[in-house]
Design a protein around this ligand. Structure first.
Ligand code: NAP
Length: 304
């Protein structure tokens, strides 16, 4: 029986584990892939206080080593079902069933799909959701990036050092990403490294065994044009991972509702980071959520 079972080993889950373990609690973290969450696929983190610039994977490894050295139990398993209603919480994975007095949900979010013809069929054959993972495969090739948020802009900057040419395709003419990033993109546009296709949407991904072109619809001219590309990087946001939590209340966008203490609607169940209905989804806010939740969990365990 664990004092707390943390689901998700991103910055939020790891911070919660760190604080709880230092408070003498018996903690388990369950992660289905690799530790670090979205951090692992972030090229440069430049807004984590005290560290001017670090690559996400290094920061993730450093956080992970810290909790492992403290003695936090970590299992790399896939959570498939949870019973979180009673006093004893039960978390079922593909390999085991674990019991805990509390649960901290920090599952983050997964990549949103474009849902266009050819996307699924050509995933890993030129369609990618992680430029930092797959970008190196496209040295001196022509690639396209879809999206208008910080991820897509960061992907373009990263790919500009690898690819011969980049098309950045965004459905509006204004970017959601930070001004500082947009300025860097505009500079690359001047250098003819990037071509912006604004007010445009990818409507088809073409190719037999690998991507060789995309079809793009321009909303202003109402025309569709084919662009020869070797890869399509999709960076259009993420969807919160909540499907295994049956009775946990979510907002209209599917994010888990939490109060200022990171409590959900279920007693003994807490949540933080990208999967929660927070205003800002950054590493620093994910860590903050984990720390706040650890205090709430400690308080709950003390009263229990
Ligand atoms: P995001 O900010 O939600 O942006 C998603 C983009 O995809 C938006 O521009 C959106 O268009 C577009 N989009 C959504 N659905 C689409 C669809 N079906 N077809 C075409 N386009 C679609 O997501 P994100 O860029 O992944 O960023 C997520 C969070 O992480 C943000 O808070 C961001 O600031 C943060 N982040 C920070 C850093 C950093 O600080 N280094 C790096 C990456 C991400 P609209 O604009 O028209 O809605």
């Amino acid at each position: 029986m664990y004092d707390c079972i943390i689901i998700g080993c991103g910055p939020s889950g790891m911070t919660c584990a760190l604080y709880l373990k230092r408070a003498g609690k018996n903690v388990l973290i369950i992660e289905r892939s690799m530790p670090g969450g979205q951090m692992v696929i972030t090229t440069n983190v430049e807004n984590y206080p005290g560290i001017a610039k670090i690559d996400g994977a290094t920061l993730a490894t450093s956080m992970f080593n810290q909790i492992v050295e403290l003695g936090v139990d970590v299992k790399f398993e896939d959570v498939i079902d949870c019973d979180l209603d009673g006093d004893i919480k039960s978390v079922k994975t593909d390999k085991n069933v674990y019991q805990g007095k509390t649960v901290y949900i920090a599952t983050g979010a997964t990549s949103r799909l474009l849902n266009v013809d050819g996307e699924k069929r050509l995933t890993s054959k030129g369609v990618s959701y992680c430029a930092t993972c797959d970008g190196a495969l496209y040295k001196d090739k022509v690639v396209a990036v879809v999206g208008g948020g910080n991820t897509s802009l960061e992907d373009c900057l990263y790919l500009s050092n690898i690819a011969k040419k980049i098309y950045l395709i965004h459905r509006r003419d204004e970017f959601r990403g930070d001004d500082i990033m947009v300025k860097k993109i505009r500079q690359l546009e001047k250098e003819c490294k990037i071509e912006l296709l604004l007010n445009s949407q990818v409507t088809k991904v073409l190719g037999d065994n690998k991507v060789n072109a995309i079809e793009v619809y321009n909303k202003i001219s109402s025309t569709t044009k084919e662009y020869k590309v070797d890869a399509l990087f999709v960076a259009i946001g993420r969807i919160p991972d909540t499907q295994m939590f049956k009775n946990v209340e979510c907002d209209d966008s599917g994010y888990i509702k939490v109060d200022e203490f990171k409590k959900t609607n279920l007693s003994g169940v807490y949540c933080g980071g990208d999967v929660s209905n927070t205003h800002l989804r950054q590493i620093v806010t994910a860590c903050s959520d984990g720390a706040v939740a650890s205090l709430s969990i400690n308080e709950y365990l003390r009263k229990r």
